[in-house]
Design a protein around this ligand. Structure first.
Ligand code: FES
Ligand code: FES
Length: 161
């Protein structure tokens, strides 16, 4: 059987890539296997756990529910673009400061969801924070420290000049 591939161009964390992909390849698999960006984790592969969350044209999206060809021409942000081990991004730093992770499997997805929240939504209270995070599952932390981190980020955003 001949496998038909398509050429796509995609900007990931500010870098333009030309990639040849099978029509059925998932965006999560393309990021991990074609571009080596393994910070995007794959858990359920059914759109339930949120581990694979990335930003697609500035909005959070499940990369396990998106075909790579659907992202042709898109701007993608992954956790690798949010900071480095030496210079954590502010969401990553808040997780560190507030003990928002244990095993860390869910963390990239939370970081990307929270990045979307901070850029595009106004959240006022804990109920809204928990609702906004409800698409991301963590089996280690009990969520309280993650909510603490988001509270701190919202306070920081509100007091920024
Ligand atoms: S791996 Fe995509 S939502 Fe779970
Ligand atoms: S820190 Fe382990 S799943 Fe969230």
């Amino acid at each position: 059987m001949t496998i038909v591939k398509r050429e796509i161009s995609i900007t990931v964390n500010g870098l333009l890539h030309a990639v040849s992909v099978e029509a059925r390849m998932l965006l999560s698999d393309m990021l991990r296997h074609e571009l080596g960006l393994t910070g995007t984790h794959v858990g359920c592969e059914h759109g339930v756990c949120g581990a694979c969350t990335i930003l697609l044209n500035g909005r959070s999206a499940r990369s396990c529910l998106t075909l790579a060809v659907q992202a042709d021409g898109a701007e993608i942000e992954t956790v690798e673009g949010q900071g480095t081990a030496e210079a954590l991004g502010r969401v990553q730093q808040a997780f560190r400061d507030h003990h928002g992770l244990q095993c860390g499997f869910c963390t990239p997805g939370f970081v990307m969801t929270i990045t979307d929240i901070l850029r595009n939504h106004e959240l006022s209270g804990d109920d809204e924070i928990r609702e906004a995070l409800s698409g991301n599952i963590c089996r280690c932390t009990g969520y309280e420290h993650i909510v603490d981190a988001v509270r701190a980020l919202i306070r920081e955003k509100d007091t920024r000049p």
